[in-house]
Design a protein around this ligand. Sequence first.
Ligand code: HEC
Ligand code: HEC
Ligand code: HEC
Ligand code: HEC
Ligand code: HEC
Ligand code: HEC
Length: 335
Amino acid sequence: MRRRLWSMVAGVAALFFVLSISLHPFTNTLQADAEKDDPTAWGTDHINQEVPEYTTGGECLFCHRDYVGPRWPKNLHALTMRGSTPEDPAIQAITSQPNGKLLADEVTILLGARDYVRYLKKLPAYGKAATLSGTFHPKVDGGKLDPAGEQHWDDDLFNNKCAGCHATAVDPETAGFGSPGLDCFVCHGIVEAEHAGKPEITFFSPRRKDAPRAEVATCSQCHLRGGIAKSNGRPYPNNFVPEDNLLRDFEVDFSEQNLAQMDVIERHIFANARDVLVGNKIDVTCTSCHSIHGESTKKHTELSETNDCKICHEPGKAMSDVKLPKTRHNKTCQY
Ligand code: HEC
Ligand code: HEC
Ligand code: HEC
Ligand code: HEC
Ligand code: HEC
Ligand code: HEC
């Protein structure tokens, strides 16, 4: 009786062993399928965690002074928060307002470097800045402040509503930023010292084949304007680090209806992000068309045609005949 029981136990154990071996590859495939079907399954996240330590651009550029170095100070990512000077047309526009001289002296940072400029001043608290009410339009009437007249400071707006996309390493708890403007870290993530001998370990190294979803998520952390972080309700991601899964916490409306009311620039970004992040299409990503340090989209002209080309290129018209919007508006950025 006892022997029978033991052999039964051994039999069940053997059966279980055989089953678990044969089930093993099966469960692996299931997991791979789940990652493919569920856009939030792959990658890591840093939601509500401490901001990681990162090397600042000055240190990187000490070595990268041939190609990236000379180009970086002119890159709009670097310029998005820049120090103000009395000669800047934006500062001169403020100076001519009531109490303007005093106000101009308070402004320490200008936000935006093209069609719209906002005025910021550094606050005493770590990584905090106040925003002035007026917006400067450099290309309207030779430079125009709107609204003109009496200006007021808002101490909360920048950190709660803007910092995550215009500054680097925003602390999810305090909303204070680590560095003003966009540093190498926002795209390249944490770069280990050993990368100098092994460049292929660096995220976005041309020698490394990064996962298309991870690349597109990295650009999309800032370029999907209108998204909301579920964890804290802010309009920018909660502590995103390259190789994180953006959609795990950042809620984005990819509906046709939402895309249809956008200008073509905004729409091609959302369409590409939706194709890659939700549809898991991997053939075309932001960097198939955009070169960040080359500041060019020249390479996009060599791609084969897809549906997304029609966002900008009208069928039947010459490829050189493209009309991009002259003025752009965006609720998230208040312009
Ligand atoms: C942390 C936020 C952030 C990330 C990450 C980011 N961008 Fe940007 N990007 C911006 C902001 C902000 C501007 C506008 C700066 C300004 O005008 O003040 C901008 C401007 C641009 C421009 C227009 C200016 C130019 O240089 O031609 C392009 C194109 C662009 N980004 C593409 C990308 C791509 C591609 C990626 C991913 C490799 C990326 N961005 C990653 C925030 C970001
Ligand atoms: C907005 C995103 C973004 C930021 C910010 C950024 N990079 Fe890059 N970097 C890229 C991408 C994307 C590539 C891959 C090549 C390409 O598409 O331009 C790249 C490539 C490089 C390369 C390889 C050079 C090449 O093109 O062959 C170096 C070196 C580099 N980056 C250094 C830096 C340094 C240093 C900083 C900060 C001062 C920085 N990057 C900031 C996106 C960025
Ligand atoms: C001590 C010098 C040094 C520092 C500091 C440094 N790098 Fe590098 N990096 C190198 C060297 C050397 C390479 C090898 C490829 C080359 O010669 O460009 C490299 C390669 C890279 C590449 C890949 C380029 C390629 O062609 O594949 C990227 C991207 C990059 N570095 C980004 C950064 C960023 C971002 C920082 C700061 C966080 C940084 N590096 C700091 C020396 C340095
Ligand atoms: C099929 C090619 C293609 C893809 C994919 C693509 N872009 Fe673009 N993008 C372009 C072209 C071309 C322009 C127009 C450039 C110009 O102004 O001449 C553009 C314009 C932009 C602009 C405005 C640039 C400016 O100077 O104002 C931004 C920002 C941008 N793209 C970001 C992205 C991001 C982020 C992604 C990925 C989610 C992406 N793009 C994917 C081709 C592409
Ligand atoms: C975001 C808008 C945008 C998207 C998306 C886009 N293009 Fe373009 N494309 C442009 C702009 C802007 C030009 C430059 C027109 C000019 O000034 O010559 C251009 C130019 C071109 C040219 C060169 C035309 C010439 O004769 O000079 C080709 C070829 C081209 N695009 C192919 C494509 C293909 C293929 C796709 C899809 C994979 C695509 N484009 C997607 C905006 C876009
Ligand atoms: C989700 C990320 C995100 C948030 C949040 C955000 N921005 Fe932006 N902002 C961007 C990007 C991306 C661009 C570049 C867009 C482009 O050129 O296509 C930009 C561009 C700008 C520009 C320059 C526009 C130009 O063309 O000259 C200004 C100014 C600006 N934002 C102000 C703000 C202010 C003020 C806030 C907060 C109230 C804010 N932004 C919040 C991502 C963001």
